[in-house]
Design a protein around this ligand. Structure first.
Ligand SMILES: [Zn+2]
Ligand SMILES: [Zn+2]
Ligand SMILES: [Zn+2]
Ligand SMILES: [Zn+2]
Ligand SMILES: [Zn+2]
Ligand SMILES: [Zn+2]
Ligand SMILES: [Zn+2]
Ligand SMILES: [Zn+2]
Length: 96
């Protein structure tokens, strides 16, 4: 993931902050107005992929009724899938 610091982020995310949160790998992501934020050394970063990573052999098709939680991420939707975030991209699923 890139290290894109969210500047002037006054809000402190936490268990009771009111934003949706979920486990993403070894940390917690918070859904914040179409962005996904994670804590890093006392500030908040955008949790974004640095490169194009395809999830190989992803047989499952995410959708509105697939049972996974969906969160808006910029101009697309991420699905929360076993500690990963997956987004549809040209007929395959990317890690986000
Ligand atoms: Zn929050
Ligand atoms: Zn935030
Ligand atoms: Zn940072
Ligand atoms: Zn994350
Ligand atoms: Zn799904
Ligand atoms: Zn995404
Ligand atoms: Zn998936
Ligand atoms: Zn892709």
């Amino acid at each position: 993931m890139t290290h894109t610091k969210h500047e002037n982020h006054d809000h402190q995310h936490g268990p009771d902050c009111g934003h949706k949160s979920f486990v993403h790998g070894d940390h917690i992501d918070y859904v914040h107005d179409g962005h996904i934020h994670r804590e890093h050394d006392g500030h908040w970063d955008e949790c974004e992929p640095t490169e194009h990573r395809v999830h190989e052999n992803h047989d499952h098709q995410h959708g509105p009724h697939c049972g996974h939680e969906a969160v808006r991420h910029g101009d697309h939707v991420d699905y929360i899938h076993d500690g990963h975030r997956h987004a549809l991209h040209e007929g395959h699923w990317d890690e986000h």
